[in-house]
Design a protein around this ligand. Structure first.
Ligand SMILES: Nc1nc2c(ncn2[C@@H]2O[C@H](COP(=O)(O)OP(=O)(O)O)[C@@H](O)[C@H]2O)c(=O)[nH]1
Ligand SMILES: [Mg+2]
Length: 312
C-alpha cells in the first residue's frame, strides 16, 4: 500500500477561491490491441506499460499515476477482454473485470482504423451496466482521414450513453490532453491516493522484465510471443562502477521454442538484449549489464502452479 498523503486540514483565507483538489481512479478498457497501453504511456509521458503489435500483450492490471497541480488520476490499464483459450486467458479476463472494482470513471478505447465492432459492443454493455461515468475513445485516427472519423464516432455513440466521445491518436499523443481533462472533470474532490512522485505501482524488477518481454515478443513470429514469460532473477551492482547487473530468464512453453528464442549462434537472444538494454538503462538510470537466458517451463499457460510462479 502507498503511504497516504494527508488531506489539507484547513483552508487558508486567500486560498478559498482555489478549486478543491480532485482525485480518482480511471479504468482503461477495450478489446485487445486497440491501443490501451499506448494511451496509458502517452498520458503519463513515460513507458510504464509495454506495447506490441501482438494482441494480448498486457497481462497485469497496471496502474499509472498522473499527478498534476490540483488533481491526481490513477489510470488502470487492463488486459483486453477476449474469449479465453487457456487458463492464462481466463485469468487475464478476471484481471480486466476486477479492474472495474473501486473505479470512478471508465474509458472505452476502440480502434478507429479497424472500425467499431461486436467486441466493442459487448464491453460497452458491460460498462453501461456498471453505472460509471463513461468516456468513449476512437483511437488510431492518424490512420484514417478526418471524414472517416465521423462515422466511427457515430458508431461508438450507438453502443452506450457516453458522457463524451473523443477521437485521439495515442501513438502521436493527439488529443490525449483533452481526454485527460474530460476524465479529471469526472472524478470527485479528494486528496491524492499515491505520493505525487510515484508514476506506477509496478516495481522496478517487473518493469525491467516487461521491457525484455516486449523485445522478445517483437522478435518472435507466429504463436511464440504468447509462450514467452520473463522473470528478473537478480538485479544489483555490477562488477564495474556505475553498472547495474540484471539477470533475467526468458521462459518458453515448448522445448522447440528455446532454439527459436536463442537463434543461430545466439543471434536472436543477442538482438533481444541489444533492443532492451537502452530502455532498461533509461529506466534504471545507470549503465546496465544484461544477462539473458532461456529456460523451458513446459505448458506454463495451462499450469496453475507455473502461472503463479511466473507472476500471473
Ligand atoms: N497508428 C496507430 N497505432 C497505434 C495507436 N495506438 C496504438 N497503436 C498500435 O497498436 C498496437 C497495439 O497497441 P497496444 O497499446 O499494445 O494495445 P492494447 O492491447 O490495447 O494495450 C501497437 O502496435 C501500437 O503501436 C495509434 O494511435 N495509432
Ligand atoms: Mg496493452
Amino acid at each position: 500500500m502507498p503511504d497516504h498523503v494527508e488531506p489539507p486540514t484547513g483552508t487558508a483565507p486567500d486560498e478559498a477561491d482555489q478549486p478543491a483538489h480532485r482525485s480518482g481512479i480511471c479504468a482503461i478498457v477495450g478489446r485487445p490491441n486497440v491501443g490501451k497501453s499506448t494511451l496509458l504511456n502517452a498520458i503519463l509521458g513515460e513507458k510504464v506499460a509495454i506495447t506490441t503489435p501482438v494482441p494480448q500483450t498486457t497481462r497485469h492490471a497496471i496502474r499509472g499515476i498522473l499527478t498534476r497541480p490540483g488533481s491526481q488520476i490513477v489510470f488502470v490499464d487492463t488486459p483486453g477482454v477476449h474469449k479465453p483459450k487457456t487458463l492464462l486467458g481466463s485469468r487475464l479476463n478476471d484481471v480486466a473485470q476486477n479492474a472495474l472494482d473501486g473505479v470512478d470513471v471508465a474509458v472505452l478505447v476502440t480502434d478507429g482504423a479497424k472500425g467499431v465492432g461486436r467486441g466493442d459492443a459487448y464491453l460497452a454493455e458491460l460498462l453501461a451496466a456498471s453505472g460509471l461515468p463513461l468516456v468513449g475513445v476512437v483511437n488510431k485516427v492518424d490512420r484514417i482521414g478526418r471524414n472517416a472519423q465521423l462515422p466511427e464516432l457515430a458508431a461508438l455513440a450507438e453502443l452506450a450513453e457516453f458522457d463524451e466521445i473523443v477521437p485521439i491518436s495515442a501513438r502521436r499523443g493527439e488529443q490525449v490532453d483533452v481526454l485527460v481533462d474530460l476524465i479529471t472533470a469526472r472524478v470527485s474532490e479528494g486528496p491524492p491516493l499515491y505520493p505525487p512522485a510515484m508514476v506506477t505501482d509496478v516495481d522496478l524488477a517487473h518493469r525491467v522484465a516487461e521491457l525484455v518481454r516486449e523485445k522478445a515478443m517483437v522478435a518472435m513470429r507466429e504463436e511464440v510471443p504468447h509462450s514467452i514469460a520473463v522473470v528478473v532473477e537478480e538485479m544489483g551492482p555490477g562488477r564495474s562502477d556505475g553498472v547495474t547487473a540484471v539477470y533475467a530468464t526468458i521462459y518458453v512453453e515448448r522445448d522447440s521454442q528455446k532454439g527459436i528464442v536463442i537463434g543461430r549462434q545466439g543471434a536472436v537472444l543477442a538482438q533481444i538484449g541489444t533492443d532492451a538494454r537502452p530502455e532498461v538503462e533509461a529506466l534504471i538510470g545507470t549503465k546496465v549489464y544484461l544477462d539473458l537466458r532461456v529456460k523451458l517451463a513446459k505448458e506454463w499457460q495451462r499450469d496453475p502452479k507455473k502461472l503463479t510462479e511466473l507472476g500471473y
